[in-house]
Write a protein that binds this ligand. Structure first.
Ligand SMILES: Nc1ncnc2c1ncn2[C@@H]1O[C@H](COP(=O)(O)OP(=O)(O)OP(=O)(O)O)[C@@H](O)[C@H]1O
Ligand SMILES: [Mg+2]
Length: 287
């Protein structure tokens, strides 16, 4: 191994002889903004890592409350520096926990706009170093805009976050409809609910409308998180609510288990070109 590769191996805690795993790419999105995508991405990433997986978190939605802010770190370099060839993977990765790393991002649009083909060829080689990760959780923006849709189409699994309020449901449904053209299965998390009953009723209504209008898509509710002051406090305080046991942390942990169960069943559509270079080629060579 070269010096640089050794440094990276140390960072990701991998063994020299570990065969590359097939990373699964999970995009977290929503119809309406502000429903809890970033909060859920950060905590879900942490929980997947606690369950023994190597997890990357990619920030593809730079706005007000970014993943780095929620994770309490200050990145100096982002994925764009890597794409331009200004640094190596090991220079942008930020270790959050033993098997959890943040890949600092830029707005999805800026990532997709990057068009220096020569630099990209090198980038596709460099990013392969991350093939040792088991999961990449991507915090995308909200809405049915083109750049968000490109990220969703490139991912293996799409997780739609919504709240039970009517405006969020209307937007989530619009998202479902657009995605149903390219996806057979969509996963959902109902956030900021008042009760489990409310969540199930609202989800039941979505399923009913979807069954009528977009019967080709299988819709699954992974679970619900209540509107919880502890969650809101954790975001303000820049710590992860899932680190404290019980309450919403335990609920999200059960959601993470369900997500793993779905993905490990191997019912994912196999995307052409696996691993990180395949994922970024799908993203950057457009559909
Ligand atoms: N279960 C919850 N209970 C209470 N508050 C919550 C919950 N989930 C999220 N919030 C609050 O909602 C706000 C928005 O959350 P977050 O930033 O994660 O949403 P987002 O979907 O990523 O937003 P954006 O579309 O702007 O990226 C945060 O201030 C957070 O405190
Ligand atoms: Mg966000």
């Amino acid at each position: 191994m070269t010096n640089q590769a050794q440094k990276l191996a140390k960072i990701v805690g991998l063994q020299n002889d570990r065969a590359a795993v097939k990373t699964k790419f999970i995009a977290v999105t929503s119809g309406k903004g502000g429903v809890g995508k970033t909060t859920i991405s950060a905590n879900l990433g942490w929980l997947l890592a606690q369950k023994g997986h190597r997890v990357g978190l990619l920030d593809a939605d730079i706005g007000l409350a970014n993943l780095d802010v929620m994770l309490g770190v200050k990145p100096e370099k982002t994925i764009l520096n890597l794409m331009r060839g200004e640094c190596g993977v090991e220079d942008i990765l930020m270790q959050i926990d033993k098997t959890l790393w943040l890949i600092p991002g830029e707005s999805g649009g800026d990532i997709l706009k990057f068009g220096d083909q020569f630099a990209l060829e090198r980038f596709y080689e460099e990013i392969k170093k991350l093939d040792y990760l088991d999961y990449l959780v991507i915090d995308t923006g909200a809405g049915i805009g083109e750049s968000v849709q490109t990220f969703l189409a490139a991912a293996d699994e799409t997780l739609i976050v919504t709240t039970p309020d009517p405006a969020a449901i209307t937007d989530a449904y619009a998202m479902l409809k657009v995605l149903s053209a390219s996806r057979k299965r969509l996963l959902m998390i109902m956030n900021q609910t008042q009760s489990e009953k409310e969540s199930e009723q609202v989800f039941g209504k979505i399923v009913k409308v979807a069954a009528k209008n977009i019967p080709s898509v299988e819709l699954r509710l992974l679970g619900q998180l209540p509107r919880d002051n502890d969650v809101a406090r954790s975001v303000r305080g820049r710590y992860l609510f899932s680190k404290t046991s019980g309450g919403s942390g335990a609920r999200l942990s059960a959601i993470a288990d369900k997500l793993l169960e779905f993905m490990e069943r191997g019912v994912l559509e196999t995307k052409e070109g696996s691993g990180f270079s395949g994922f970024f080629k799908r993203l950057l060579t457009q559909f």
